[in-house]
Design a protein around this ligand. Structure first.
Ligand SMILES: C[S@@+](CC[C@H](N)C(=O)[O-])C[C@H]1O[C@@H](n2cnc3c(N)ncnc32)[C@H](O)[C@@H]1O
Length: 257
């Protein structure tokens, strides 16, 4: 294996893997990990991402790493917990959910299959792992949480991206510098998990139960606040949803559109 720039840098700076720099670059790009966060790292061995995540969340944060390979204990970080298991099995997913009792702010997955050398097979397996990571992220993330996932480029990756886009405020695709040049891996960063019961374009009838500080009417949908301009408290109006943020959204009255 070529001992490249990031391999040498990892050795010098004491990270367990060159992959550490990919997470640093992804985090710099979209600010996925903040101080005090709880982060779940899937496919975490040998632990470069865990080290970077542990530094980023600080002592008041928590990092949970999962891999079916053994992850050596961390002497420098006592905010990292590791689990050994296969993420394609329900029982591992359940253990991860149990370990993260509380809000999870980010789910990050660098899972990759064992390479068979046959690209189409490896690519299909990579996509399968990415989908498992996505399911886990949907189960764990609260509103506004972030998701990072690696996948090998190929068929059905556009469909996968579209599915992630449905569940997050936006998705950015990137290939960090620290990925090897020849590699065809891409990372999707899903920012701002949407748990809203509506999506842009939805048309529905809502009851205005409050008025915001700017004078917009507010409807509450299962606790999610939808702002409707030009609607008064007590009115029931037909609206079209225009914009959905993680914790609130905007809608237009249909009778005045
Ligand atoms: C590229 S490595 C991760 C490197 C890691 N991010 C780091 O910084 O050290 C990919 C990892 O995914 C793990 N993996 C692949 N399939 C998995 C599965 N089904 N469940 C759990 N881990 C898996 C592999 O064992 C491998 O350790």
């Amino acid at each position: 294996m070529a001992r490249d720039h990031y391999y040498n840098k990892a050795k010098q700076e004491g990270y367990r893997s060159r992959a550490a720099y990919k997470l640093k670059q992804l985090d710099r790009l979209e600010d996925v990990i903040d101080r005090g966060d709880t982060v779940v790292d899937l496919g975490a061995a040998p632990g470069g991402w865990l080290e970077v995540a542990a530094e980023e969340v600080g002592p008041e944060g928590q990092v949970i790493g999962v891999d079916f390979q053994r992850i050596d204990d961390f002497e420098d970080h006592d905010n990292v917990e590791t689990l050994r298991g296969d993420m394609t099995e329900d029982k591992t997913r359940k253990r991860v959910v149990d370990a993260a009792d509380g809000t999870v702010d980010a789910v990050i997955s660098d899972m990759a299959p064992n390479m068979s050398g046959e690209y189409s097979l490896d690519q299909a397996r990579s996509l399968h792992l990415a989908r498992q990571a996505f399911e886990t992220a949907l189960e764990l993330l609260e509103a506004d949480g972030d998701f990072v996932v690696k996948v090998f480029e190929g068929p059905d990756v556009d469909d996968f991206r579209a599915d992630v886009e449905e569940e997050f405020q936006y998705v950015r695709a990137t290939s960090p510098d620290a990925s090897r040049d020849e590699s065809s891996e891409v990372y999707f960063i899903g920012k701002g998990r949407l748990t809203a019961p509506v999506r842009p374009g939805d048309e529905l009838e809502v009851e205005i139960t409050d008025v915001g500080s700017e004078g917009d009417g507010i409807a509450s949908l299962e606790g999610y606040r939808l702002f409707v301009s030009g609607a008064d408290e007590g009115e029931t109006v037909a609206v079209r949803v225009e914009d959905v943020k993680p914790t609130f959204g905007f809608a237009q009255r249909l009778d005045r559109a």
